[in-house]
Design a protein around this ligand. Structure first.
Ligand code: GLY
Length: 367
């Protein structure tokens, strides 16, 4: 695989994903898309602004009419419509029109918010994803999901809106703290579990290099993840079928995330949700006991939790019902047929989820 992937939408090439090790190629990519002399707004957050906003603005040079930066306060709690309104106002005050461009510089929250602002400002302006975290590079920047949280429900309001380009500077992962990096890895592991047994094995074989952020291995991991995601979203861009498989680990994962008031990272909750889903798959006779324990234990060397304390099981189970992935009271739960093959099942009962939660709740051993 070379350093570029093309993602099709409705069977036509729609946007490229460029894999790079710095920002030096960004200006030419943007010019090639026809945005020379246009206005550019770099939408970022207050953390990423300090790290990369100047570097990106400098890399863009003087070819554009104007380059301005807007920073959203960092954190999931700011992923809301009030903050989107502030982005609209910022763009209006600077007379951004339909031919201008937004750049989403940051992690998943920034990408989702900037994408949603782009989808709705003037009924749609172009935007480019420049993901800087492992989670956004391997998952959220690809596939055109945009949106914000509302009424305590994650991504309740949003749109499918495709970027014009995804530009990944993989070296930004070097400034990512260890916990964020591990959290992103849960989504990488998900790809292996739901779609590609060889990738799952490759991840395990390369666990030391992945943890040490070996540049070649990290690049391969990001590319292979994006290629799996590309194939899924090309087949089912609006989540009618195959794309639902990407929600593996997310039904209970989101419920735990919300129950814990977003104190835990998304990937940590997805890891726990994945273990619970693998447990249910084992109990239904789809996975062997060995496979289940192998999956569970594989999260440990990647610094992800396999158990949790202080949760109210009933409250978590109630929260699975408010997940917007549930459809007329039926939860669309993703289970594994085997490692590398997942399917959606709407018959998973509260009792099955209850037992799966027992499996991941940490009980102190007083022996
Ligand atoms: N992150 C899941 C999806 O893009 O569908």
């Amino acid at each position: 695989m070379d350093n570029r992937l093309t993602v099709n939408y409705n069977n036509k090439p729609c946007y490229d994903i460029v894999f790079a090790s710095d920002f030096s190629g960004l200006k030419d990519e943007i010019s090639d898309l026809g945005f020379e002399k246009r206005k550019i707004a770099v939408i970022t957050d207050t953390n990423v602004e300090k790290l990369y906003a100047n570097e990106v603005v400098n890399a863009l040079g003087n070819d554009f009419d104007t380059v301005v930066t807007y920073a959203i306060p960092a954190g999931e709690e700011h992923k809301n419509l009030d903050e989107i309104k502030k982005i609209y106002e910022f763009l209006m005050e600077r007379h951004f029109d339909r031919h201008d461009l937004l750049l989403a510089l940051g992690g998943g929250v920034v990408g989702d918010m900037c994408g949603f602002a782009a989808a709705s400002y003037l009924r749609g302006v172009s935007f480019i994803q420049i993901p800087t975290t492992l989670l956004s590079q391997t998952d959220s920047s690809v596939g055109g999901k945009t949106g914000v949280d509302l009424g305590g429900v994650k991504n309740m309001v949003g749109a499918f809106y495709m970027p014009r380009l995804v530009y990944m500077n993989v070296s930004t992962l070097n400034t990512l703290d260890d916990r964020q990096y591990a959290s992103g890895f849960a989504e990488v592991m998900k790809y292996g579990l739901i779609k590609d047994e060889h990738f799952y094995t490759w991840l395990i074989d390369n666990m030391y290099e992945i943890n040490d952020k070996d540049p070649e291995i990290v690049l391969e991991m990001v590319k292979r993840s994006c290629d799996i995601k590309r194939a899924v979203v090309e087949k089912d861009p609006t989540e009618k079928a195959d794309r639902m498989l990407l929600n593996f680990g997310h039904t209970l994962g989101h419920a735990i995330e919300k129950h814990k008031d977003f104190e835990m990272f998304h990937g940590e909750c997805v890891a726990l949700g994945s273990i619970a889903a693998a447990f249910i798959s084992w109990k239904r006779g789809l996975l062997s006991m060995e496979e289940y324990y192998e999956i569970r234990d594989m999260f440990v060397p990647f610094n992800l939790p396999i158990s949790i304390e202080d949760i109210d099981k009933e409250a978590v189970l109630d929260l699975t019902k408010s997940d917007k992935k549930s459809d007329s009271d039926k939860i669309k739960f993703v289970l594994l047929k085997k490692i590398g093959k997942a399917f959606v099942d709407d018959t998973v009962s509260r009792e099955e989820m209850d037992k799966a939660l027992d499996e991941i709740i940490y009980i102190e051993n007083n022996d």
